[in-house]
Design a protein around this ligand. Structure first.
Ligand SMILES: *Cc1c(COP(=O)(O)O)cnc(C)c1O
Length: 357
């Protein structure tokens, strides 16, 4: 392990901590941030932790115009005994480098990033809320900063990590959501940026989400961009189905984001000897299983909600109600186990938890 020199300037003006019960998602930020610069001459340099503050950019900075940017999302958890855990943080930074490669952003040193993150969380660890289901959401991101309107990869960047205490995703207990199968818009296409965690994918998805919301649906089920037939993701989560005792999830195909929660769920199911298969799944197949009474459970997976049970799909005007709109038994077991591993109340046979010391 290399020793990294990360300069630290502590804030002399600490903010008031929020009331846990009033926490929302991503509205409040802690006292410090991590920042590091890139230039062609120096590469990535000057890694430092500084007081949380606005950044100053030239209006011509490339990120504003052509969206050359990537981000990540993970959480820090406080255990009942006061230990601080991260969940598989190395995976986030290796995925960030995959996104970087797709967006022509120079790769970061993954070990340095994990080390910087640990130091930052340690400094702001009093911001991790204590109540069950709460956590400190971590948002690493990279922006292109060169003031230049030519369409080309930027010659300068900033890598930043900010922290936000977040409330429980399920304030009234874990509950199923209603999903509309999207028929007009697509999230990603083969060869596009769907596999990268980049802002443009989200800007692209807003319209479909807005239209689904008007109909009373909280998210959309995205189909493939070529044939509009095969299931890819649900909102900004990966998706799983339990059909006749077997768990299926769309196989990674280049346009599906490689969720770390998705990977963890697959490993957990294998560990439990429950059959799980990654393959192509058409929406027609889901419809047929539903008609035959074989569609038992459905859920989305992602860092924010961990597991989001699906109680209904709207498809071509028909409402497919899953498990009477209740949380399925396997869905609940997966939720309880994974959140238990994350917050330290359950055993971690996979070595996923990383304790801050
Ligand atoms: C981040 C993300 C996910 C979930 O990834 P996790 O690593 O599980 O948080 C799934 N789909 C999309 C489109 C995402 O951006």
């Amino acid at each position: 392990m290399k020793a990294y020199q990360i300069e630290t300037i502590l804030s002399s003006n600490r903010k008031q901590k929020p009331v846990t019960e009033q926490l929302e998602f991503g509205t409040i930020f802690t006292d410090h941030m991590f920042i590091m610069d890139y230039s062609v001459e120096r590469g990535w340099h000057d890694p430092r932790i500084i007081p949380y503050q606005p950044i100053s950019l030239d209006p011509a900075a490339m990120v504003f115009h052509y969206g050359q940017t990537v981000f990540e999302g993970l959480k820090a958890y406080l255990s009942k005994d006061g230990e601080v855990f991260l969940f598989r943080p190395d995976r986030n930074f290796s995925r960030m480098n995959q996104s970087n490669a797709r967006l022509c952003i120079p790769p970061i040193d993954e070990e340095l990033a994990v080390e910087a993150l640990k130091q930052l969380v340690k400094i702001d660890q009093d911001w991790i809320p204590k109540a069950e289901g709460t956590s400190l959401y971590i948002r690493p991101f990279i922006i292109s900063t060169a003031p230049h309107l030519g369409v080309a990869p930027s010659e300068s960047y900033q890598f930043i990590i900010i922290l936000s205490p977040v409330g429980s995703y399920y304030k009234e207990g874990i509950h199923p959501v209603k999903i509309s199968v999207e028929q007009n818009y697509v999230r990603a296409v083969a060869g596009g940026t769907g596999e990268a965690k980049t802002g443009g994918n989200y800007a692209n998805g807003l319209k479909a989400q807005e239209e689904a919301a008007k109909l009373g649906y909280s998210q959309v089920l995205w189909l493939d961009g070529r044939e509009n037939k095969y299931i890819e993701e649900v909102g900004s989560m990966n998706v799983f189905f339990k059909i006749n005792g077997e768990i299926v999830t769309p196989a990674l195909n280049g346009s599906i984001l490689q969720g770390i929660t998705r990977d963890s769920i697959i490993q957990l199911l294998k560990h439990w000897n429950i059959p799980v298969i990654e393959r192509r799944i058409s929406v027609e197949e889901i419809y047929q299983s539903y008609r035959e009474g074989l569609l038992e459970e459905a859920f989305g997976t992602g860092t924010a909600a961990v597991i989001s049970p699906i109680g209904e799909f709207l498809w071509k005007g028909e409402k497919l109600v899953v498990n009477s709109g209740e949380v399925g038994q396997l869905t609940r077991e997966l939720y309880d186990t994974l959140t238990g591993i994350q917050n330290g109340t359950k055993e971690d046979p996979f070595g996923w938890r990383v304790q801050l010391r």
